[in-house]
Each structure stands twice: as structure tokens, then as C-alpha cells.
Write a protein that binds this ligand. Structure first.
Ligand code: G6P
Length: 473
């Protein structure tokens, strides 16, 4: 097998397995944010991607796809239950999102997490070239950096954490907290979304491991009084802004946006686009909107809320409960406030291709991103990128990472229902000059800090560390 200079390790491969016209399984690039983000970074390098193929018990040999080597890791149904639905999405996800849902601490889940992390690390160790780079992605694989370092001390290791890193008082609840910190510290560069995430991580390191930190660096002891430096800092992820701008100029997509508008009528269109996840604040959004209808502040024919909630993690109980609750709320609001001509909330429990998303963004007067906690939220950046005529209003939660860069949005605390209602009303009524002023500032940010820059900045820091280490050896 050929060896790769850069190996990305992520829970999922950047492709989905689909049936071709003749019933034969083939692979198609998947539409997710992480894939989009790394697509560009990988393009100019001799790269490989280690990840799960998306179905239980799938055993597939490594294969070429779009110039990169894809290395599938097999997960059994038990692995999916304990490592993926269990420890990753039943323990870490709720704990790191400020316990919006209660995390469960199960020893059998942890054991599976260790076993599966080792499987990913071994697959990456087999494929990375001598002196190459391994870049580990996200919370499902926090132990891989340290395992990689043990298996392949010659490689330089990066880790990027796409979700929040919690405050010390929350992180300290994790029974395996020191193992997780040690796992992450195996990386030379540990990237976070926000300054606050990197700060929380460093605080946990100081309190639990007593390692010294200074600025963006952590001094990691290596025995015999020796130590090495790891970088732990923020690298806010972004989107391929130009790609979205190009899509927004395509005549067929503009026509589709117009068709959506015509369908909705002359009213204001408010849009929410989320994975169906309890972190996204969909309930708070529906509650606020429902109250505005109940108060008569918004009349049914004046505005419509389109809520896309793409199916997510259906095997996890908290997600099943959330779906039931949201669907009940939507049905109630529609029952009370829809008319024969007009539907108060158009709720779609489906995923859509990027083209349809861009048409929806173009059609929407107001974009609602009201997450209770979110690592970044790329939907906010996508909406801003496509609004080439500087119209449209972004309502953005203070608790989404994107709020650090998009301070010109209408920022809101989604827990404060009165504030949500006022902000929605302000968004609907915002005069065009104010829309333009805010949108222009945000578009500059998104265009100047695109995903290509994100990847380049992270990899430059990795390269610099490798070079520095080579000099001191
Ligand atoms: C978030 C996480 C990703 C994850 C994605 C979809 O964005 O940060 O790591 O891949 O959600 O979730 P799923 O569990 O379907 O992979």
C-alpha cells in the first residue's frame, strides 16, 4: 500500500455508500461540513483519509477516491452502540455541550471507546509516510493522538476539536478525564474553535495534570526531566465561501429560490437549518415563534417559518425524545395558527443537497441560528456567504462559535424567550440600509477567513513544530 504524507483520521469517511444504477454499491462524496472543510486542504497533498464507511460490519479494502486514498475502518453493531451512540454521543457530546442533556457515564462504553480509538490509530499508523503528518478530527477520537505517538513517534500529529471544550467544573465530572487529556496531549497542535475552548482546555490541564501552560503552549513532560511543547489554540473553522458564492449566482438556483418565494407568497420567510439535535435550540425557536403568533405580533399571512431538521443519531434516546417533542410542538402551532391558505411552520425532517440549501438561503429574509451551545455553526456562515446583495438578517446565538466572528449579526441569548421574540420582530422589520451595513461586515469576515485559510493556518503550525523539533534533535 502506498504511504501518504498527510493522513486525516475522522469518525466518518468523506463518502457515503450508495447503490449505483445496476444495484452495485458505489461511493458518493457526502455533503457534511467536515468533508467540505477538508476537501480543499487535501486536494494539493498526497493524502489519505481513515474513517468509518457509515454501515455496521462493512469490510472494504482501501480504495482511491478523487485522488486520495480512503481507508475504511470496520465498526460492528456493538461498536456502534458503545463507542458511537454510547461514549461519543451519550457521554462526551452532552457533557461538552454544557449538559443540555444528561451525560451517562458507563464503563462498558469507555472500554469500547478505547478499543475503537486504537483501531483508528493503527489504521492511520499503517498508512502514514515516514516523517509525515496525521490530522485527527473531533471528539470521537480524543485518544488517537497519544496512541499515534506511541505507534509512530516519527510523525507530527494534529488534532482539531470541532465541538466546544467545556468549563473545568463540567469536564471534571468525566470519570476518565485524565486519560482524555493525556490522549489529546499526544498531539503537537491541538486546535479549538473559540478562544474560550482553548482556555477551558488549558485550565483543565493545569488543574488535573499540573502541567505548565504559557500563552498558546503546554509543556508536556516526557520523562527524565525532558519535555516537549504542544500548541493548544483556536483555529475557527469556516466554509468554502467562493463555492457558495458561485452556487448563489447559478441561474437554476436563483430560479429555485424564486419558486420557493412564490410558493410562500409575499410574506417574510424565516429559516432554520439544523441537524435534529438538542444543542440547536430548535425548541426555543419554535416556542418564541409560537408565542409571537399567539400574541398576534405576527399574523399567519405575514410570515412563515421554514424549519429543516435533518435526521441525526436516531439510535440515541435523547434524539428520539427530542424528535417527538419538536413534532408535537410543530403540530400544535400549525393546528392553532395555520389557515387553509397558509402554513405557520413548514417542518421538514429531511436532508437536502447543497444546491437546495443555497436556494433556501437566498429565499430567506431572516436566518435563525439559535443554538444553546455550538462549536462553530457553519450554517450561519453559509447564509452570510450567499447574500451577495447584502440583504437578509442573521439572528445568531451568543453560544455558537460563529458569534466570535459575526458580531454584526443580531446576537441573542436563546434561553431568554422575550429577547428571542423581540429579536425576531426586529429582524423581520429591519430597514434595508441596516441590513446592508451588517451583512457587508459579516461577508468580509467570512470571505477573508475561508476554510482554505483555516486548513493552511493549522498545517503551517504543524509544519513549523516539526521543523523546530528536527532542528533541536
Ligand atoms: C457534528 C460533529 C461531527 C459529526 C457531525 C454529524 O458536526 O462535530 O463530528 O460528524 O456532527 O454527526 P454524526 O454523528 O452523524 O457523524
Amino acid at each position: 500500500m502506498s504511504r501518504a504524507d498527510l493522513v486525516v483520521v475522522a469518525n466518518r469517511l468523506p463518502v457515503d455508500r450508495v447503490e449505483g444504477p445496476d444495484g452495485e454499491p458505489t461511493w458518493r462524496r457526502s455533503p457534511g461540513g467536515l468533508v467540505t472543510a477538508l476537501e480543499q486542504v487535501m486536494q494539493n497533498l498526497d493524502g489519505a483519509w481513515v474513517g468509518w464507511g457509515g454501515k455496521a460490519d462493512l469490510e472494504v479494502e482501501p480504495f482511491e477516491f478523487d485522488g486520495n486514498l480512503l481507508v475504511p475502518v470496520t465498526l460492528t453493531p456493538d461498536d456502534l452502540r458503545d463507542y458511537y451512540e454510547g461514549f461519543s454521543n451519550g457521554t462526551i457530546w452532552p457533557l461538552y455541550h454544557d449538559v443540555i442533556a444528561a451525560p451517562e457515564f458507563k464503563r462498558s462504553w469507555w472500554d469500547s471507546y478505547v478499543t475503537v480509538n486504537r483501531r483508528f490509530a493503527e489504521a492511520a499508523a499503517d498508512v502514514v509516510a515516514e516523517g509525515g503528518f496525521v490530522w485527527v478530527q473531533d471528539y470521537q477520537l480524543q485518544l488517537v493522538p497519544q496512541m499515534m505517538r506511541e505507534l509512530r513517534p516519527d510523525v507530527t500529529i494534529g488534532y482539531f476539536h470541532h465541538i466546544p471544550f467545556p468549563a473545568y467544573a463540567l469536564f471534571a465530572q468525566l470519570p476518565w478525564r485524565t486519560q482524555v487529556l493525556q490522549g489529546l496531549l499526544g498531539a503537537d497542535v491541538i486546535g479549538f474553535q473559540r478562544v474560550a475552548d482553548a482556555g477551558n482546555f488549558q485550565r483543565s490541564i493545569r488543574r488535573l495534570l499540573k502541567y505548565p501552560t504559557k500563552g498558546d503552549t503546554v509543556q508536556v513532560p516526557e520523562g527524565d526531566g525532558a519535555s516537549r511543547l504542544s500548541i493548544a489554540k483556536h483555529y475557527p473553522i469556516s466554509i468554502d465561501a467562493n463555492h457558495f458564492i458561485e452556487l448563489a449566482r447559478r441561474p437554476d438556483i436563483i430560479a429555485r429560490a424564486q419558486a420557493i418565494r412564490d410558493q410562500i407568497g409575499s410574506q417574510k420567510l424565516m429559516l432554520g437549518v439544523d441537524r435534529l439535535d438538542y444543542t440547536k435550540g430548535i425548541r426555543h425557536r419554535l416556542k418564541s415563534y409560537g408565542e409571537l403568533l399567539a400574541d398576534g405580533k405576527i399574523k399567519g399571512h405575514e410570515a412563515t417559518l421554514v424549519q429543516i431538521a435533518s435526521p441525526s443519531r436516531p439510535g440515541v434516546e435523547a434524539y428520539q425524545d427530542l424528535r417527538d417533542e419538536i413534532e408535537k410542538t410543530v403540530a400544535r402551532i400549525n393546528g392553532d395558527y395555520s389557515t387553509v391558505e397558509n402554513t405557520a411552520i413548514r417542518y421538514l425532517h429531511q436532508g437536502y443537497p447543497r444546491e437546495e440549501m443555497v436556494a433556501l438561503y437566498l429565499a430567506a429574509d431572516v436566518m435563525l441560528v439559535t443554538a444553546l451551545r455550538d462549536g462553530m455553526n457553519l450554517v450561519a456562515k453559509e447564509y452570510v456567504a450567499v447574500r451577495g446583495d447584502n440583504t437578509g438578517v442573521l439572528v445568531l446565538s451568543e453560544f455558537a462559535g460563529a458569534a466570535d466572528e459575526l458580531g454584526s449579526a443580531l446576537l441573542v441569548n436563546p434561553h431568554d424567550i422575550e429577547a428571542m421574540k423581540e429579536t425576531m420582530m426586529r429582524a423581520v422589520a429591519m430597514p434595508a440600509p441596516e441590513q446592508a451595513r451588517r451583512m457587508k461586515t459579516m461577508r468580509r469576515k467570512v470571505i477573508d477567513n475561508d476554510v482554505e485559510k483555516w486548513g493552511r493556518t493549522f498545517l503551517d503550525d504543524l509544519r513549523e513544530l516539526r521543523d523546530r523539533r528536527r532542528e533541536t534533535r
